[in-house]
Design a protein around this ligand. Structure first.
Ligand code: SF4
Length: 345
């Protein structure tokens, strides 16, 4: 995984608890600057990627709400962080911001306590569903990549401990990085890591500054051995070059089948999400990553949908998508029949 070494750390006064101070101590050579709000940063005169490499923001999360999901998890936890080192061309975390450095929220005790109150108010035992047969599940990584955040602050480790020890709650997050620091923690299967996978040659174009698909697949057995539950996240599924995408997925599934041990396969499930894109992001990508954009922006296959945040989202035409979903299910049934699909859309 990348060695993130921020050159500038921006922090709000209310983020300066023991975790915030420990982060500042971890990077003594970084320039430190106090800001009034973590989400209104001063003009830094840096481009999209430099901000992601050079800047770290520390803030205090004020909205401590658990939101219903029903897909990757039952609920979405209040964010532990926002922003990411990666620069994936389709990333929705980046979609509504000009600059998006990693912002860590240091008030993890308040976040954990909000989750605890939330989960303790839910019926118990839980009615089993696709997210988990036993525990209420919380996605802790919807706005950042937790594998990266884990090494930046002890706060994330504290959160891992909270879920490991909680009698009713289980954490989950998707990742595009392999951070071996996580292997020192034994979550006793109370944390589900979901490695995101797509055909390698496409990932090289669109998953900017993340770990390679080969590296992610090679890590799955190790994460299982360390005590994680490991699933995979086939997302976003990008359709390209006529039927070529199907052949590339077939190849990916064969690689996965060959790499995993039987006991790892027995617990591994997947989720599948076809690409949605966005008009604003399309314009930004034309300047930043035009080669990736050729794969993402294919108007003859796509339709518009008004986004809840304003602007237009673009997704595959719904009739076409129903066919693609059947194709994808067929490929899984052929090549990795041991892999249950938790949901596909
Ligand atoms: S790794 Fe995830 S959060 Fe980071 S840029 Fe890529 S899609 Fe976004």
């Amino acid at each position: 995984m990348t060695d993130f070494q921020p050159k500038i750390i921006l922090y709000t006064a209310d983020a300066m608890n023991e975790r915030g101070e420990a982060v500042l101590e971890q990077y003594p050579d970084a320039e430190m600057m106090e800001v009034r709000q973590h989400n209104r940063l001063p003009e830094l005169g840096m481009n999209h990627f430099r901000v992601k490499s050079d800047v770290l923001v520390l803030g205090r999360l004020k909205t401590l709400e658990c939101r219903w999901s029903g897909r990757s998890s039952d609920y979405i936890s209040p964010s532990l962080a926002n922003g990411c080192f990666g620069g994936c061309a389709y990333c929705y975390v980046d979609r509504h911001k000009k600059v998006n450095p990693i912002t860590l929220f240091t008030n993890v005790d308040e976040i954990n306590s909000a989750v605890d109150s939330h989960v303790m108010s839910l019926p118990w035992p839980k009615t089993p569903n696709q997210t988990d047969p036993v525990f209420h599940t919380y996605d802790i990584g919807c706005n950042s990549d937790i594998s990266v955040d884990f090494s930046l602050s002890n706060g994330v480790r504290e959160v891992f401990g909270f879920y490991r020890d909680h009698p009713r709650a289980k954490a989950t997050f998707a990742t595009k990085f392999v951070n071996r620091d996580l292997l020192d923690f034994d979550p006793q299967r109370k944390i589900r890591i979901r490695f995101s996978l797509m055909p390698s040659r496409v990932s090289k174009l669109v998953d900017v500054r993340t770990d390679s698909i080969e590296k992610r697949i090679a890590a799955i057995n190790d994460f299982y051995d360390a005590g994680y539950e490991v699933h995979v996240n086939f997302s976003p599924v990008i359709v390209y070059e006529g039927k070529q995408w199907r052949e590339d997925y077939r190849e990916l599934f064969r690689e996965l089948n060959a790499a995993l041990r039987p006991e790892v396969k027995a617990q591994l499930k997947c989720e599948v999400i076809f690409l949605t894109h966005n008009q604003w992001q399309h314009q930004a990508n034309l300047a930043i990553n035009p080669k990736a954009e050729e794969l993402l922006w294919v108007p003859e296959l796509q339709e518009n949908k008004r986004s809840q945040f304003g602007g237009w989202n673009i997704r595959y035409d719904h009739q076409l998508k129903s066919k693609m979903i059947r194709v994808f299910e067929g490929l899984i049934a052929d090549e990795i029949p041991w892999c249950d699909i938790r949901y596909i859309f």
